[in-house]
Every structure is written in structure tokens, then in C-alpha cells.
Design a protein around this ligand. Structure first.
Ligand SMILES: Nc1ncnc2c1ncn2[C@@H]1O[C@H](COP(=O)(O)OP(=O)(O)OP(=O)(O)O)[C@@H](O)[C@H]1O
Length: 274
């Protein structure tokens, strides 16, 4: 019998407290290779805090966090971070780097290229292949400031994938995108997941419409606590989402994608005959 694979990410009974305020309470989550998790919740629910634990950026106050089998607190966080791809839409690049060079900065996890460090031909090919998978093959030499927000988002995903991470974290990747850009991004994520079955991802969003069809699991957070967690079709339901956002919504899934509509209550006015 083969030993079960070590989870890519494992949080066990985790609390995060900052300045006396509990941000996460008793959170447990296990992510395996090939799983694609959505982390959903309203503003301030604790999604980004959970993502910072997964990205080895912060320590938990209580409980344990294991990233790729290594326990936070017992390993060098900086080294661990190099195995995790973190896509932050607020990437602080200001200079007019070419798209391919932006992706290559993923190898050194720096914003600008490291002086005197020349990428190999194999690394350049890999950058081009990743950009092509993400639908940016026609823009390899374009300059960063000339890209639209949606194009930048796809370049940042390619950048995060450069060091072949086993875990990819996506913080609201579709925020601010127009309809076409959002749809292209979600399609690119579906393709990426199909082409890289070894990868696990965790994607944070407030909006069900921003979930790729390839999402396999979901966790719902509400004021720092887990409301539901598991296979996506058991978690993303009318009941759970209504409780999670404290708002009556009806959830439907069509062609793999989700939509949420407010449940309108019919107002009855006793004094008025219809
Ligand atoms: N260092 C801190 N000290 C105190 N409170 C904090 C700190 N950092 C975050 N918070 C609070 O923790 C809560 C959770 O924040 P977090 O950013 O994780 O939520 P979120 O679900 O990602 O929210 P959003 O959807 O608005 O981005 C928020 O109420 C936030 O104000």
C-alpha cells in the first residue's frame, strides 16, 4: 500500500488574534494536491488572514499550520515561501519591464530583476509557455504599464508559477475586471489547472460569479469562523451562502458556474386589494 500523500496545506484548530481581537477562530482546513479551493466570506470575514497563513507570511496565535509538510514556527518562513505562489493584484511594479521579464522575476521573488542574474534559455522558454497557457502568448514583449488590469492579472499568475510552486494562492484575482477580462481569466485558470494536475490552489473572493468552473472545494468564513467546508457542491448552497453573507440569496450552478440572486420577499399590504 502506498502512503497517503502529505497535504499541501493543513491548518489544525487555528486561532489568529491581533491586538486582542480574534481574526480567525478554530479553523481547520486540509488541501491536497489537485484540489482547487474557494475561500468565500463577506468583508472582514478573515479570508486574507487565512491566505497569509497559507502563504507562510504570518504565524498562527494557537494551533498548527503545515505548508507542504513543514510546520510554521519550526522552519524558515522565507525558504518555505519560495514553494508557494502568491498572486497579489497590488503588485508594486512601476518600471516598464517587458511581460516576459516580469514573469522571470518570479524566479527570484523580487519586483525588479536581480542585477547580473541572467535567466537561462530554459527559464525563458518556460516563462513564454506559461504566458501562452494564460492567453498572453501574443504579448511576450509588451511593456508592463501598457497592459490592462486583466492582462496584468494573468501575467502575475504566470510569474507566481515560475518557480513551480505546489500551492498557488489567488487573492481576489478578478477584482476590477470587466466582463470579458474576468471570463478570460477564469478560462485561463481552468486551463492551467487541467495542464498542471500536480498544483493545488486557494482562491479568495466575495463573488460566486468569480469562481472558475474547476473549483473542487470551498470554505465559507463568517466573522473569523468556519461556517462550512468541503466539496464545493455541498458547501456552495442557497442555505450556506445566505447564512454566510447574512442576506437571502438563491444559488444556481449552470455549465459549472455559479450565480447568486437575492430572494425577493413579496410584500403584502393588508390595506390594499390586488
Ligand atoms: N493587525 C490587525 N489588527 C487588528 N485587526 C486586524 C488586523 N488585520 C486585520 N484585522 C481585522 O481582521 C478582520 C479580518 O481581516 P481580513 O483582511 O482577513 O478579512 P477579509 O475577509 O480578507 O476582508 P475583505 O474581504 O474586506 O478583504 C477585519 O475586521 C480586519 O479589520
Amino acid at each position: 500500500m502506498t502512503a497517503p500523500a502529505v497535504p499541501v496545506l493543513k491548518l489544525s484548530d487555528v486561532d489568529v488574534v491581533r491586538d486582542g481581537t480574534p481574526l480567525l477562530r478554530s479553523i481547520s482546513l486540509t488541501v491536497h494536491q489537485g484540489e482547487h479551493w474557494a475561500l468565500l466570506g463577506s468583508n472582514g470575514a478573515g479570508k486574507s488572514t487565512l491566505l497569509s497563513l497559507a502563504g507562510a507570511l504570518v504565524h498562527p496565535t494557537h494551533g498548527t499550520v503545515e505548508v507542504l509538510g513543514r510546520t510554521l514556527g519550526r522552519v524558515d518562513l522565507r525558504e518555505l515561501r519560495s514553494f508557494v505562489g502568491h498572486v497579489d493584484p497590488r503588485h508594486p511594479l512601476r518600471s516598464p519591464l517587458r511581460v516576459r521579464d516580469v514573469v522571470l522575476t518570479g524566479l527570484t521573488n523580487t519586483v525588479e530583476p536581480v542585477p547580473r542574474r541572467r535567466p537561462t534559455a530554459e527559464q525563458r522558454d518556460r516563462a513564454d509557455r506559461l504566458l501562452t497557457t494564460l492567453g498572453m502568448g501574443g504579448k511576450l514583449d509588451a511593456r508592463w504599464p501598457t497592459l490592462s488590469q486583466g492582462q496584468r492579472g494573468r501575467v502575475l499568475i504566470a510569474r507566481a508559477l515560475m518557480p513551480r510552486p505546489r500551492l498557488l494562492l489567488l487573492d481576489e484575482p478578478a477584482t476590477g475586471l470587466d466582463l470579458a477580462a474576468r471570463e478570460q481569466l477564469l478560462e485561463s485558470l481552468d486551463t492551467l489547472r487541467r495542464d498542471h494536475p500536480e498544483l493545488a490552489t486557494v482562491l479568495v473572493t466575495h463573488h460566486l460569479e468569480e469562481l472558475p468552473a474547476s473549483t473542487t472545494h470551498a470554505m465559507l468564513l463568517r466573522t473569523g469562523e468556519c461556517l462550512a467546508s468541503g466539496a464545493v457542491d455541498e458547501v456552495v448552497t442557497t442555505d450556506h451562502i445566505t447564512k454566510c453573507f447574512d442576506h437571502p440569496v438563491h444559488i444556481t450552478r449552470t455549465d459549472g458556474r455559479w450565480t447568486a440572486r437575492t430572494i425577493r420577499r413579496i410584500r403584502t399590504d393588508p390595506g390594499k386589494r390586488i
